[in-house]
Ligand binder design. Structure first.
Ligand code: FES
Length: 340
């Protein structure tokens, strides 16, 4: 069981100011922070509701919420066990030592009663609920979408195993609850002489036909994906969610982007992404993370061959070239025509 020295705190409240913009467009909503709970070292659970307390749109396990912070940043955080018909969303946020103003700002400045705009939940990490067997791998704060999947599969009575790796017990969220489960295995680096979870061995030994999911730091995801390939598993049985950028943004330039609907074209110069060029020209393109991890800028490709640099599209989706993330991906062909 957890020997938690951390003090749990709990607050409930209503908005400091109700604001006038309940919802600026169909994909955004105003939320008020109603609760902060400590989940692990440097990790809090933040619960948001609508200012009027009304029901929120349903989100599935694996979905994330896009928060628009008052400092101008937009950040995505996985929802914790979203419930159909609920009037709240909860996200888990770890204060990142290398934070560029997202998690640090939230931990330091976000208080119960403050209101924020949020993009409605998106799900780039959907769960196959009817798989014969599911193995879940979480590293650190990567537990948030994985915990949601675990809860969902348990609720459905589906066979599932969870492997949860953290630096120490103090760094593990949901520890008390998960410790009581026979299908959960923990790995704490501090208690294993600094050795990491043997992810390749576990993937290699996974039952045939099982679906495997992983969310955690980049080295863990890389090891997981490599283990999936080495074990000869079908690509659609291996699922990952990156919460940091996977590939460098394509800024090589030297191609032309044609916008089919607005009948405009733009030469993309070296040093700029497609999104940057379009925004500078006043073209309104939905976007959020600008790192290829949220999916907000996914754009239909009419012709041409994208140079995919996102962490969202599957291998088959990349090969099909029907959509691309314009924040980070470029072009392999001299021309690219987009449905914009
Ligand atoms: S803005 Fe997030 S994937 Fe492009």
């Amino acid at each position: 069981m957890q020997s938690r020295k951390l003090i749990r705190f709990f607050k409930k409240g209503r908005p400091v100011s109700s604001g006038s913009n309940q919802q600026t467009d169909a994909n955004r909503i105003q939320l008020v922070l109603t609760e902060i709970r400590l989940a692990a070292r440097d990790t809090n659970l933040y619960t948001f509701e609508r200012p009027d307390g009304a029901e929120l749109p349903t989100a599935d396990a694996g979905a994330h919420l896009g928060l628009h912070l008052p400092n101008g940043l937009e950040r995505q955080y996985s929802l914790v066990a979203p419930q159909p018909g609920a009037s709240y969303y909860t996200v888990g946020i770890k204060k990142d030592v290398g934070s560029r103003g997202g998690s640090k700002w939230i931990h330091d400045h976000l208080k119960v009663g403050m209101t924020l705009m949020a993009d409605l939940p998106r799900n780039n990490f959907p769960l196959k609920e009817d798989a014969a067997h599911t193995m879940l791998f979480a590293g650190g704060i990567g537990i948030t979408p994985i915990y949601s999947m675990f809860k969902r599969l348990e609720d459905l009575g589906r066979p599932v195993e969870l492997y949860y790796s953290a630096r120490s017990r103090t760094d593990a969220a949901f520890l008390r609850e998960l410790s009581s489960k026979s299908n959960v295995r923990f790995h704490f680096d501090e208690e294993a002489n600094g050795k990491f979870l043997d992810i390749s061995g576990l993937v290699a030994a996974s039952p045939k036909g099982a679906h495997l999911y992983c969310c955690g730091p980049a080295p863990m995801l890389t090891a997981f994906e490599a283990a999936g390939v080495a074990s000869g598993r079908a690509p659609d049985e291996i699922h990952v969610e990156y919460f940091t950028q996977k590939y460098e943004t394509a800024t090589e330039g030297g191609y032309v982007v044609h916008l089919a609907r607005s009948k405009k074209e733009f030469s993309i110069p070296a040093g700029k992404s497609i999104l940057q060029v379009l925004r500078e020209a006043g073209i309104d393109v939905a976007h959020s993370c600008e790192e290829g991890i949220c999916g907000a800028c996914e754009t239909k490709v009419i012709s041409g061959i994208p140079d995919h640099r996102d962490a969202i599209l599957t291998e088959s989706e990349r090969a099909a070239n029907k959509t691309m993330m314009v924040c980070c991906s470029g072009a392999k062909s001299p021309d690219l025509t987009l449905d914009l």
